[in-house]
Write a protein of this length. Structure first.
Length: 441
């Protein structure tokens, strides 16, 4: 088997837990007009088709800003805004209807492609549009009438769920209808958020121009809680309090949906081929994930956490599950600990001890009894593995007396004392007789 084939098989095998987890779940995908205009949109459409084939229930919400701007310019009309919101007067509404309608038809045609040499061959995709969005006027603001610019009033989630149950992909444009028969121009962000919340979606996937949200140094941030994301927005917000940066808008949108009913929101780049699949099917992802759990934090421990860690591990030490650590030792090693903090209390911990340049030991893994079986142990392990990789470690050992299966189920394999680096071998406690496991990172 060639190296490429091996890698492919390995990747495919590693995707299977995700495939099982996503089957039957509802994902709302926000596609701004810029994403549809981009050359990469065909690849995005293929990847969306693939998700549909795997049994994910998909709702696509598309915008049309650049397409509308172009049509307005062609018609010789000025685009007017009030505080960042587009004003839709009676001259621009027909142009907006036509640009949005035409884009929707183009999207439908792309999803209907099934040429023999295209990745969508044989996929037989059915895509449905409709009057799912009920809108109301944005109204008069500071004396300015925004006319046909509207806001989402309600989402007909039952009708959408029926379409999803029939295996159809639902396509929603950023236009809405009022019970009085009027048509309103809506923002794609408003429609995507309202739809994801009304459907109780498992995920809102947002296509932006950047690979997720960048930190102060321009580096992508892989994961944020809704509270952390809000803090970042507050930090970056201008004096006028208006968010005009597109990526910040996406972050705000994520916070909004996560604080409502949506479990996770993910921001990825429409410019990067394969970003959707990488984000969904690999551990490290390709964008920024924003999660609901805002009251818990996973972070490196500080000296103030020593007391909390001791409280957590002492009962386990007494039961002989963990090796005893004195306060002094903990204080010295505190920066090697990762902790889960909930409302100020330490409810989970784990430590990474480098043994030499390539080998390290994972130790002192514990979750408070009341908080077990909710994936916290897994999160600590993932963070420790990530930290280990960052410093060039490629083999992680764990010594355990009572918890071998937990580690084996997470990729560790039986090893032995002889495989341990010399330093650790000399310290091995034969009386305790712990089993040795190792994992290649
Ligand atoms: C091991 C431990 C850290 C896991 O923490 P957690 O936050 O519950 O971990 P997760 O939620 O990610 O994993 C829970 C899963 O592991 C399983 N599990 C728990 N203990 C296990 C064990 N000893 N052997 C095998 N599986 C175990 C649970 O049944 C659950 O399975 P499920 O998801 O199929 O229901 C926690 O049980 C603990 O603190 N144990 C005591 C200390 C310990 O043994 N530490 C390791 C020694 S180094």
């Amino acid at each position: 088997m060639s190296v490429d084939t091996k890698q492919y098989v390995n990747w495919f095998r590693h995707s299977s837990p995700y495939i099982n987890a996503y089957r039957g779940k509802v994902f709302v995908i926000m596609l701004p007009g810029e994403a549809i205009a981009h050359d990469n949109f065909y690849n995005i459409a293929h990847d969306i088709t693939l998700l549909n084939s795997l049994g994910v229930k998909l709702v696509l919400v598309h915008g049309a800003r650049p397409q509308i701007d172009e049509a307005m310019a062609e018609a010789g009309l000025d685009i007017k805004f009030h505080k960042g919101v587009r004003i839709t007067d009676s001259h621009s509404l027909p142009i907006i209807k036509s640009a949005t309608g035409s884009l929707r038809i183009n999207i439908e045609s792309i999803f209907s492609m099934g040429l023999i040499n295209s990745p969508m061959h044989g996929a037989d995709i059915s895509i449905t549009s409709g009057n799912f969005i009920i809108a109301k006027p944005y109204g008069v603001h500071e004396g300015v009438d925004l006319s046909h610019t509207g806001q989402v009033r309600k989402v007909n989630h039952e009708a959408i769920h029926k379409q999803l149950a029939g295996g159809h992909i639902v396509l929603i444009s950023s236009l809405g209808y009022s019970p009085t028969g009027e048509i309103f121009n809506l923002s794609v962000e408003d429609v995507a958020a309202a739809t994801a919340i009304a459907l109780n979606a498992d995920k809102l996937l947002i296509f932006g121009s950047e690979s997720g949200i960048l930190d102060q140094d321009g580096e992508p941030i892989s994961k944020l809680s809704a509270d952390e994301a809000q803090a970042l927005i507050n930090e970056k917000l201008g004096d006028n309090g208006i968010i005009d940066d597109l990526e910040l808008k996406n972050l705000q949108l994520s916070v909004k949906v996560c604080r409502a009913t949506v479990k996770r929101s993910q921001v990825i780049s429409y410019e990067e081929d394969g970003a959707l699949l990488t984000e969904l099917f690999t551990r490290d992802g390709a964008g920024t994930l924003i999660t609901q759990e805002s009251y818990e934090q996973l972070r490196t421990a500080t000296i103030d956490d020593v007391g909390g860690i001791l409280e957590l591990i002492e009962p386990l030490e007494e039961a002989g599950i963990l090796v005893h650590r004195s306060r002094e030792l903990l204080e010295n090693e505190i920066s090697q600990f990762t902790v889960v903090v909930r409302e100020g209390a330490i409810i989970g911990c784990g430590a990474l001890y480098p043994l030499d340049e390539q080998n390290a030991e994972l130790a002192c893994m514990a979750t408070h009894e009341e908080y077990r079986n909710h994936g916290r142990g897994q999160l600590i392990l993932e963070r420790i593995e990530q930290n280990a990789r960052k410093i060039g470690i490629n083999r992680l050992f764990v010594l355990t007396t009572k918890t071998p299966h937990w580690f084996v189920e997470r990729g560790f394999q039986p090893s032995n004392v002889e495989s341990l680096p010399e330093r650790k071998k000399q310290l091995y406690n034969y009386q305790r007789n712990s089993k040795v496991f190792e994992k290649t990172l």
